[in-house]
Ligand binder design. Sequence first.
Ligand code: 5RP
Length: 219
Amino acid sequence: MTQDELKKAVGWAALKYVQPGTIVGVGTGSTAAHFIEALGSVRHQIEGAVSSSDASTALLKALGIPVFDLNEVDSLAVYVDGADEINASLQMIKGGGAALTREKIIAAVAEKFICIADSSKQVDILGHFPLPVEVIPMARSYVARELVKLGGLPEYRQHVLTDNGNDILDVHNLKIMDAVALEKAINALPGVVTVGLFAARGADIALIGTPEGVKTLKG
Ligand code: 5RP
């Protein structure tokens, strides 16, 4: 099976966590795009979605799925999204698609975070994938210097602005042994909007696409 077929398998498998009559939290990326396609097949059974990016909003609207502002929504049963890396504790690195801030906000609201990923995303130790950090543009150099002090090698993601109008630093050279502590330390730097470590609030369930089928992991 190709990587995209594995992504499609988990995207469709996540449908079983969608409850009829609810608003669904929707992530960003190529795996989430398969989930959005699956959601389109049940669009008459759900109330709608809240979206983590302009790109996902466009996909949802194209399928006729109503998109709600998160401020209009009191609670969300599930949030379904991909990951760049996921470990055995279901902590993740996210933000390869630059949507980390809205993803983290919706994940915080949702009762259950369902991570959908192909098996190439599974790691023992987080950090091989460069850790995205969304920063206010004027703070970019300052935050980069602070990230070096934390042992990382930050690289400015050129020609990319987030949906919030901010910059992204991708931090290389990290071997993340205490993801909760690093998430807290980076989030505390003035100018940081969000770090793409989802450790304090990891996934509750991971659906992992393997050539042998979709495996379900619980946090
Ligand atoms: C976007 C993300 C995505 O979930 C992550 O980059 C995985 O993407 P894909 O499903 O395309 O492999 O965090 O900000």
